[in-house]
Design a protein. Structure first.
Length: 419
C-alpha cells in the first residue's frame, strides 16, 4: 500500500490530541499485573506493541478487562506470581515486550516459550540473556525462539549489565527486582536513553516500590516488596507529539498538543522541544498543553540525541529546511532498532535530493531543496511518520507501507490530515 501526503498551502493554527505514551503504557501494564490488587489504567495506548503485551499477560494468567472505546484497562494483579506455569508468548515486533517479559518470566517457576517476528529475531537480547543465566535462569537458546525453564526466582545481589545497546534491558530487570530472592544492586555503563530508566524508577515508586538511584549509576532495589494497585492516567506520547511539533516548525504554523506538560512529563523525548527552541521555534507550555509556533526560517543545530533518539528521524526530516547544517550525533545505538535507522533515514533523504553525510554514530544534513519521491518505510513506524512531515512542505511525497505506524500510533495519518 502507498499513501501520498498532502502539502500544506499556508501556515495554520491547529489543536491536536495525541494517544497515550507507549513507554508508560507498557510499564503500567506490567507493574499493574505484578501488583497486589486491582488497577485501572486510563488513556491507554492501544496499538500493536501494547496489544502484544496485553495478550501475553493474559496468556500468563493475568486477568485484564479492556475497554477500547474509552482507552482503559482494568487489571487484577497477581502479586508477582503468574498463574500460568507453561505458555507460549508471541512478542510480534516489539522489543519492549520481549525485554520486559524475559526478566519477568525468568523470575517465575515454569516453562515459557518466547517467539517473535523475523524482524524482532534480529534485535539484540544476548546481554540480557547473559544476566538472566548468571542469575539462575535456564534458557534454551541465544536468540528467538527460545524457552525459559525455571524452578526458582532470580537470585538478586550485584547485577551488572551493559547499557550501550538498549536501556530496556535494565528497565526490564529493575521492574522484576522486588520479587528476586534477595536485595539487588544494579550497575551499568555507557547507558543510552537514560531518561527511560528515570521513567522506570519513577513509575516503580508510583506503584509503591522503593528504589534508590545513586549518583554512581547504581540502583538499589530491596526484595520482598510488592507493587500496589492504583488508578493511573497515562500521559500522551511525546515521541508521537514530536511529529506535530516538527510540522509546526517546518510550516511556520502553530500547533497545540493537549494534556501534555514539558515540566511534569516522565518522558525523555520532551528534550526535542529544547532542540526546536534552538532552531528558532517558540514554545509555550501552560502546564496543561504545549504550543509550538514555527519561525519564518529554521536555523540548523548541533544536537546530541543519545537520550532522545526516537526523535532523531523527526529532526532529520526538518533539518533540510534550515538555513545552516544540522549535525545529529551520539546515535549509533539506533542502528539496532526496528531498522538500521541511520541507514534508513540517510537513504530516504538522499532519494529526496538532500545532501547528507553519514558516519557510524552521527549524520550531518545540509540545507537542500527536496523533491518528491516514494519513501521506503523499512517497516519502521518512526521512519514512516517522520518522513511524512516532509510531505507537508514538498509535493509528491508518497509513503510506502504506511500500515507500519500501527505499531505505536494507529491513527497517525488521520491526525496528520487535521493539520
Amino acid at each position: 500500500m502507498l499513501m501520498e501526503i498532502q502539502t500544506l498551502r499556508q501556515p495554520v493554527s491547529r489543536t491536536i490530541s495525541i494517544p497515550g505514551s507507549k513507554s508508560i503504557t507498557n510499564r503500567c501494564l506490567l507493574l499493574a499485573a505484578l501488583a497486589k490488587g486491582n488497577s485501572c489504567l486510563h488513556n491507554v495506548l492501544l496499538s500493536d506493541d501494547t496489544d502484544a503485551l496485553m495478550k501475553n499477560l493474559s496468556r500468563l494468567g493475568v486477568s485484564l478487562a479492556i475497554d477500547r472505546a474509552n482507552h482503559s484497562v482494568r487489571i487484577q494483579g497477581v502479586e508477582g506470581i503468574f498463574p500460568q506455569k507453561s505458555t507460549y508468548l508471541d512478542c510480534h515486533d516489539s522489543g519492549t515486550v520481549l525485554r520486559f517479559l524475559l526478566p519477568a518470566c525468568g523470575n517465575q517457576d515454569g516453562e515459557f516459550y518466547f517467539h517473535g517476528s523475523s524482524q524482532l529475531q534480529k534485535r539484540p537480547i544476548q546481554q540480557l540473556l547473559d544476566v538472566l543465566i548468571q542469575q539462575g535462569a535456564c534458557i534454551s537458546d541465544q536468540r528467538l525462539p527460545l524457552k525459559i525453564n525455571n524452578t526458582q526466582r532470580l537470585r538478586g545481589g550485584k547485577i551488572t549489565i551493559f547499557g550501550g545497546t538498549s536501556s530496556q534491558f535494565l528497565s526490564g530487570l529493575l521492574m522484576s527486582a522486588p520479587y528476586y530472592q534477595q536485595d539487588s544492586v544494579f550497575k551499568t555503563h555507557d547507558l543510552v536513553s537514560e531518561p527511560y530508566i528515570r521513567m522506570t524508577c519513577a513509575m516503580m515508586r508510583q506503584f509503591g516500590v522503593f528504589i534508590d538511584q545513586r549518583s554512581d549509576k547504581t540502583w538499589h532495589v530491596r526484595s520482598a516488596q510488592t507493587y500496589l494497585a492504583r488508578n493511573y492516567w497515562i500521559e500522551p506520547d511525546f515521541s508521537s507529539a514530536s511529529y506535530f511539533f516538527a510540522a509546526a516548525a517546518v510550516t511556520n504554523s502553530t500547533i497545540t498538543i493537549l494534556n501534555l506538560s514539558r515540566r511534569k512529563s516522565l518522558q525523555g523525548d520532551k528534550a526535542f522541544l529544547d532542540i526546536l527552541e534552538k532552531m528558532g521555534c517558540t514554545i509555550i507550555d501552560d502546564e496543561n498543553n504545549i504550543r509550538v509556533i514555527g519561525p519564518k526560517q529554521l536555523q540548523g543545530v548541533d544536537a546530541d540525541m543519545r537520550d532522545c533518539s526516537d526523535t532523531m528521524m523527526t529532526l532529520a526530516a526538518i533539518a533540510p529546511f534550515a538555513q545552516s547544517p544540522t549535525r545529529i550525533s551520539n546515535i549509533g545505538h539506533v542502528r539496532v532498532k526496528e531498522s538500521d535507522r541511520i541507514t534508513a533515514i540517510v537513504a530516504n533523504l538522499r532519494a529526496l535530493n538532500i545532501h547528507v553525510e553519514e558516519e557510524e554514530t552521527a549524520i550531518t544534513i545540509y540545507p537542500s531543496t527536496p523533491r518528491g519521491t516514494t519513501i521506503s518505510s523499512y517497516h519502521d513506524h518512526r521512519i514512516a511518520m517522520a518522513c511524512s512531515i516532509i510531505g507537508l512542505k514538498v509535493p509528491n511525497i508518497i509513503i510506502q507501507d504506511p500500515e507500519c505506524i500501527s505499531k505505536t500510533f494507529p491513527n497517525f495519518f488521520e491526525k496528520l490530515s487535521l493539520i
